[in-house]
Structures are given as C-alpha cells and as structure tokens.
Design a protein around this ligand. Structure first.
Ligand SMILES: [Zn+2]
Length: 303
C-alpha cells in the first residue's frame, strides 16, 4: 500500500526531494505501508545502518518462531539463511543453516579434530578426503554408495585413515547471536509515523534534535526510549501516538510482544492520535481514528 507523497523535502535532511519510497515498518517483517518521505541518500544510509539488521535481532527471530503456525510465509522470509544450533545423538553441538525450508549442517571442525559435514552436501568433501587418502575413483564411488546406504550412529571406515558416523541432528534452535534493535530504529519508526500524521507540520515542531539523534546518534535528554514486553506474541504490528502537554509519546508494538515507548519531550506538536496496524495474518494495513475507536474495533483500510 502506498500513501500519496505530501512532502516537498526529505523529512530527515530537509534538503533533498522526498522521492524514495520507504516502508513505515520494514518490509522484511511484514510492513506493507510505503510512503515517500525520504530522499534516496537518507533512505540508503538508514537501510545500511539501522534497518537491514532487523532480521538478525533475537527478539524478532523468537517472535516469528512463535508465530510460525499463524504466519508461515513471514517465518520463511525472516529465517531464510539464518544460523541455528543443533545437537547430535551424543549431545554435541553443531551449527546449521536454515535455507529454503531445510536445515543444513555447516561444515566445521569439532574440538576432538573431527569434522562436521552435511550428509548430502558434504559428499563432495568426502570425495576429496578419500582422494587424498589414495583411493581410486572406482573405490571412492563404492565407498560413497555404502556411505549413502549406511544407517545412523554406526561407525564406518571409508579408508585406512578416514571413518565416518552419520548422526541425525535434533533440538534445532536459532543461534540468536544478532544485535538487539538499535534504539535509533525505534526513534526512526516513531518519527516517520509522526510525519505521516503531521504532514508538512513535521518541519515546524522543533524536532531537529530528533533528526540529529536518528542521523548522527546525537543523544538528547528530551528523548526517552522505554523498551517493554507484552504478555504474548500476536500476528500484528501497531503504532499510535499520544499528544500530551509539551510532549508526544509514540507507542510501537511489533508482533504484539516487542514494545517501545518513545517519549519526545518539550515539543509543541499536536495531531490526530491515529492508530496504524499491520495485520500480518490477513495481509491488511488498517487504521483507526483513535485508540478508543481501535478498542471498539472500528478500523478502515486505506489504498
Ligand atoms: Zn534526506
């Protein structure tokens, strides 16, 4: 879904034309609402510094894992190419990659000097090892045939110096080594949504300190970011602002569970407290005119 361009200039640098289409919530986690609010330069910069790493964030990965049954496509999109740990029947840990809906063992050396290989993709490596061990092509073909037919957990000698054991890998779990979402990402999301609500008034509200925080990481006592957690996971994202006296609070909930409250203090901005929802299961972008309307389930879609 695209919203008509209402901005003359980029909402961040205020210099270049706002021609670059930006997803309000990143597309990789199901955001559908796209708006022209940034220039190409700012959009590229934010993509490489704040937004592109979002798929690696452990909170996001755990959320899509929990919601896999409800939103399987999004699980595939976020998890494709990601790293997992798996355990073999002896309790040893190895690394795997989730690719095209399949887990593949990553080739690596274990502490005892043995090598982990994926049973099917590792065959070319086994061939090289057997060639090094001095076997002929014919012998190698025979050994590989016996290896493919071999049962799990049975030791097998392929040559005088190489033995293999096929072990099933189970208890697969995401490695969760990624960085947590940068706080600047939460402020960026908050600021972009404010822009959508305020239109060109976003340039008048004394918000330069917010732009400096997003673009340069320049901290300000007037920005407070609370990171909270909901009670459970849900297949939706939600954003809504609250305009108070000399303060705006932008509420962000990703997968219902991951919540940020971005407080912008000493600002004189007022606008409609419009609620924006990305319904991930039904692939719909919804809006409500206020939190009260949202509570009564009065939403509308915008095209
Ligand atoms: Zn810009």
């Amino acid at each position: 879904m695209r919203v008509r361009n209402v901005f003359q200039q980029c909402i961040l640098c205020k210099k270049e034309p706002a021609i670059s289409l930006e997803h309000m919530i990143p597309e990789c986690i199901g955001g559908r609402l796209a708006v022209s609010i940034l220039c190409t330069k700012c959009n590229n910069y934010l993509g490489s510094t704040l937004v592109n790493g979002i798929r690696q964030d452990p909170s996001i990965r755990l959320a899509v894992r929990n919601l896999r049954g409800e939103i399987p496509e999004l699980f595939e999109r976020v998890e494709n190419g990601q790293e997992y740990y798996g355990r073999d029947s002896q309790g040893r840990l190895g690394k795997c990659t989730y690719k095209d809906s399949t887990f593949r063992v990553k080739a690596c050396k274990d502490t005892d000097g043995s090598i982990w290989l994926d049973t099917y993709r590792g065959i070319s490596d086994i061939r090289k090892i057997l060639k090094r061990d001095g076997l002929t092509e014919k012998q190698i073909d025979e050994e590989i045939r016996s290896f493919v037919a071999q049962e799990n957990d049975v030791e097998m000698h392929l040559s005088n110096s190489t033995k293999v054991i096929k072990r099933p890998v189970c208890d697969l779990f995401p490695s969760l080594q990624g960085f947590y979402l940068d706080e600047r990402f939460a402020v960026l999301l908050a600021y972009e949504y404010l822009s959508l609500i305020l239109g060109n008034s976003i340039f008048d509200g004394g918000l330069d300190f917010v732009r400096a925080f997003i673009m340069e990481g320049k901290s300000s006592e007037n920005i407070i970011i609370e990171r909270l957690h909901g009670h459970h996971y849900g297949s939706w994202h939600k954003l809504y602002p609250e305009f108070l006296d000399e303060k705006a609070v932008i509420n962000i909930r990703l997968f219902e569970w991951l919540c940020f409250k971005v407080h912008l203090k000493k600002v004189s901005i007022k606008g409609q407290e419009r609620v924006y929802i990305e319904d991930l299961k039904n692939k719909k972008t919804l809006f409500a005119d206020s939190l009260e309307e949202a509570k009564k389930n009065i939403y509308y879609t915008m095209y």
